[in-house]
Design a protein. Sequence first.
Length: 142
Amino acid sequence: MGMNVSSGGGSEPEVMVDINTTPLIDVMLVLLIMLIITIPIQMHAVKMNLPVGNPPPPLVQPEVVQIDIDFDGTMMWNGVVVPGQAALEAKLAQVAAEPVQAEIHLRPNKLVPYKDVAAVMAAAERVGATKIGLIGNEQYMQ
């Protein structure tokens, strides 16, 4: 509780009457703590039916196509130089048209610019080749 004291002479000081909120805050905090303690902890779980065991191996192993990208942007399809982006897209379209697509292993050189690697991956996506993976990542580890 506060009191306003004036510097005047004979008049009585004005008393400032405000409610003391400290006990109310204490009671509110005690009630909040009791509420937190009494609420049961909710178990958030998602029930999933996961497969049991190992799936059988595929009957026919897919063909593997290896695309190497040299430091200067030269692309090689299974060791044979591909003359340009149009020829690469034609070969990728042949792979995408097969009923069982071949796995495409993309192995870029450590020094090749990323735009060349991204161009090959974008071309594969455009023609619908879905089984593509980057290999040889151990060369980037230090």
